[in-house]
Design a protein around this ligand. Structure first.
Ligand SMILES: [Zn+2]
Length: 299
């Protein structure tokens, strides 16, 4: 025998949903407007259950707890209010997805957008499952930056195989880029300006690469000898080394061909070598924002 829900048993309701031991008396019109699945379910249920006692049609919901379902109803029902939190977001998304309550999934996505930094792994799991593009990309930045730590979390396996593969692939690419940093000099393919004194400039550029590598090794060793740096920290060092050369440009000692090398060629060569890195969206305007690698949802 089920008991009436204290929050969602409306005397003027026209459908009863039973979840575990709780009965919810609700309005078919209202639920049907919000959910295609409920709409289809009601059109079947009303045709057979009403009996001679004029009972309302009843439907058993078996895949959730009565408390979770009550919270869920409080979210979607007018005049009741419950907000999405880390404690209820998984269940909200699951019911919202199963019964196609689009507005609930949209609200979950809205919740994650400013909050994903508090729980990047769960944010990535949910955006992987329910296709939240923005949160997927942003939370992947934080996961990739500490992949060693996050992959030891048992929840890591809740990510889809596709997402886990994409994370490992991106991380591996980065590791290879770091270990083959010196190849940038060997595979250089720079086209000098037509007015450039070729031989001299070529020597200068080779010298520049050597200076850059020295600087990089030194900073890298100073920062950390034992543990491999996080990708954003490694990238900060590389950006720092590159930026120091800009001082010469500001002091006016660059030729036109120098400018072409540093500004156009080198920037492209580094992006090709390391793949894309960018700050968190919310930190883009911050001075010295850290740069992260990321993965994106594909359609
Ligand atoms: Zn030149």
């Amino acid at each position: 025998m089920s008991q009436k829900s204290s929050l969602h048993y409306y005397e003027d309701g026209d459908i009863i949903l039973i979840v575990q031991d709780t009965a919810f008396c609700l309005h078919q019109n209202y639920l049907s407007m919000a959910s295609k699945v409920f709409s289809d379910m009601f059109s079947c249920a009303t045709s057979y259950t009403a009996d001679e006692l004029h009972e309302l049609p009843r439907i058993n919901i078996t895949d959730t707890s009565s408390l979770a379902f009550e919270n869920f109803l409080s979210f979607i029902y007018p005049q009741k209010y419950v907000s999405i939190t880390w404690d209820n977001i998984e269940e909200f998304c699951r019911i919202g997805d199963k019964y196609e309550f689009i507005s609930v999934l949209e609200a979950a996505e809205k919740f994650l957008e400013p909050h994903f930094r508090e729980n990047p792994l769960l944010s990535l799991i949910l955006s992987d499952r329910y296709y939240f593009n923005f949160v997927y990309k942003e939370s992947s930045k934080l996961i990739l930056n500490e992949l060693q730590k996050y992959r030891q979390n048992s929840q890591f396996l809740l990510l889809s195989y596709k997402t886990r593969s994409a994370l490992f692939e991106r991380y591996l690419d980065f590791t290879i880029s770091i270990t083959t940093l010196h190849s940038l000099k060997q595979c250089k393919n720079f086209k000098h300006h037509s007015l450039c004194s070729l031989v001299k400039h070529e020597q200068e550029i080779n010298k520049w690469y050597d200076t850059f590598f020295e600087k990089y090794e030194r900073l890298n060793n100073n920062t950390n000898n034992i543990i491999m740096l996080s990708p954003s920290k490694s990238m900060s060092i590389i950006i720092k080394c590159l930026m120091e050369f800009w001082g010469d440009y500001i002091n006016g000692t660059w030729s036109e061909c120098d400018y072409r090398f540093f500004n156009d060629y080198l920037a492209e060569q580094f992006v090709n070598h390391f793949g894309k890195f960018e700050p968190l969206k919310y930190e883009k305007s911050k001075k010295d924002a850290e740069h992260y690698m990321f993965i994106e949802l594909k359609d």
